[in-house]
Design a protein around this ligand. Structure first.
Ligand code: GLU
Length: 495
């Protein structure tokens, strides 16, 4: 097997909103490829569209990537030999390259006003033609155009698309894509504010940053031929292009929309990476989950750590078919990864959730709780309803909940009294010591074990659902268990 060449990949988000799963997946694939081949992962901020700029988006983005464990080798914060890594700081570089394209005849200045362009567009639409630039400034004498620019006339720069022939660009997942040039427009590559558009800026940057593989969303497929033209106009080598599949709604019917993402949040999930942290998901689980949205290893392999993924990931196993976001799968992976965490690590992760709910957490006790809850946690915040009571000085059961299933209060009080007597005689209360006599007691009283255990559970934990009863009693401690049971008897007597 030949050793893979080190790749240079870049994740190039626009800071125009929150960081969603799709971005997380693109960045993950970039990262995996870089780490697998000993290459570099670059973070480049594509912030040339000032109208869509959202303050704070870059910060959230970096936090989300760090949370996922995707650290970059070059970027606006860490620097690198190919900076600056924010496109807004590379204005001159793009202008210089735009001039180069103008000089070589591959681009031209365009002075058409938005009003005129609008009229042209409307005319074309009324004739049922595809709207496109009508080529007015394409025919201008270059010297005259240069004079008008020097006089300060408002202008953009357009790519001079060949009118004949076709272009073939190659996508790693989809193969060759051939488009007739006549179907392509004279796209704007520099706006009237002097800032380059994505089409030019990204091509220039990918070249200057020596990017070998471009992994991006398939929304760029339609302008992919233009990008091929730009690279060829400069005479640059093309990277390996990979356009990833799109994400569909959980139902699999249609693309994700704003309304859909609001509904997802109402259901207690989110498509935004940093919300998932707050919802109690592990980054390991999210990474595992998104890795498999568009990539698979084999029919069986499902559980992957980051190290596994670095070893196994391959561009050759990507799937171009759209992937439905499946949160049930996320819950499943979260459970698996929770159970694979060492005790001290799981305790460290659940602790902030208990603290946020107002509990003062004793680390030693938390470690004792670990074995009885790890099988039951689907998300980290499940710890609060499940085990918060361990950190309360006392619990206050609702007297009515103390009544056993299909039993009267007095029958329940009798059962609790008998249980108390037996437990009180035990030197220690735990699974080994208490469960057998309690089962026996239930039988003697003609009760199902669940009926008796239900009473005891509410009495000692204050809630109807808890981790296993006798292990919980062991952690709560003999004295507390007996006190709580005695109080429960009084409460039952009072009903
Ligand atoms: N700024 C582009 C976006 O956020 C990046 C596309 C690319 O990776 O080239 O969609």
């Amino acid at each position: 097997m030949s050793t893979p060449q080190p790749v240079r990949v870049r994740f190039a988000p626009s800071p125009t909103g929150r960081t969603h799963l799709g971005s997380g997946r693109t960045a993950l694939y970039d990262y995996l490829l870089a780490r697998q081949t000993g290459g570099q992962f670059i973070l480049r901020i594509e912030d040339t569209d000032q109208k869509r700029y959202v303050p704070g988006a870059e910060k959230e983005l970096m936090e989300s990537l760090h949370w996922l464990g995707l650290n970059w080798d070059e970027g606006p914060d860490v620097g690198g030999a190919n900076g600056p890594y924010r496109q807004s700081e590379r204005r001159e570089i793009y202008q210089q390259h735009a001039r180069q394209l103008i000089e070589s005849g591959h681009a031209y200045y365009c002075f058409c006003s938005p009003e005129r362009l609008d009229k042209v567009r409307q005319g074309q639409m009324s004739l049922k033609q595809t709207p496109r630039y009508d080529g007015t400034c394409r025919r201008l004498d270059p010297d005259e155009a240069a004079r008008r620019v020097a006089n300060g006339e408002r202008h953009v720069v357009r790519f001079r698309m060949p009118v004949e022939g076709a272009i073939t660009v190659h996508d790693h997942l989809r193969g060759d894509i051939t488009v007739e040039n006549a179907n392509l427009d004279d796209y704007i590559i520099v706006k009237s504010d002097g800032l380059a558009l994505y089409h030019l800026a990204a091509m220039v940057d990918d070249h200057l940053m020596n990017v070998s593989h471009v992994i991006r969303g398939s929304e760029w497929l339609s302008t992919f031929p233009l990008h091929g033209h730009i690279l060829r106009a400069f005479g640059w080598q093309e990277p390996v292009w990979v356009h990833l599949s799109i994400f569909l709604k959980p139902s699999g019917k249609g693309k994700m929309s704003k309304r859909e993402s609001a509904q997802i949040m109402q259901d207690g999930y989110s498509i935004f990476v940093n919300d998932l942290a707050e919802l109690g998901y592990l980054p390991e689980a999210v990474v595992n989950w998104i890795a498999l949205m568009g990539w698979s290893y084999d029919d069986r392999g499902e559980f992957f750590t980051m190290d596994d993924l670095v070893e196994k990931f391959s561009l050759d196993h990507l799937n171009p078919a759209p992937a439905a976001i499946n949160f049930t799968k996320l819950d499943h992976f979260n459970g698996l990864h929770i159970r694979s965490l060492p005790p001290a690590e799981l305790s460290r992760r659940v602790k902030p959730f208990l603290q946020a709910a107002g509990y003062v957490v004793n680390d030693e006790k938390l470690l004792k709780i670990y074995p009885i809850i790890r099988e039951r946690l689907s998300t980290l915040d499940d710890i609060v309803p499940m085990a918060g009571f361990f950190f309360k000085g006392d619990v206050f059961p609702d007297p009515k909940e103390l009544v056993g299933e299909k039993m009267s209060p007095s029958e329940s009080a009798i059962a609790a009294r008998c249980a108390y007597q037996i437990l009180d005689a035990l030197p220690e209360i735990g699974l080994q010591t208490a469960e057998p006599p309690m089962r026996q007691l239930a039988e003697e009283l003609g009760l199902k074990a669940g009926q008796l255990f239900g009473i005891l559970r509410v009495a000692v934990t204050g809630q109807k659902v808890s981790p296993p009863l006798f292990e919980s009693m062991e952690i709560i401690g003999r004295e507390q268990v007996l006190n709580r049971l005695q109080r429960a008897i009084k409460l039952l007597d009072g009903l």
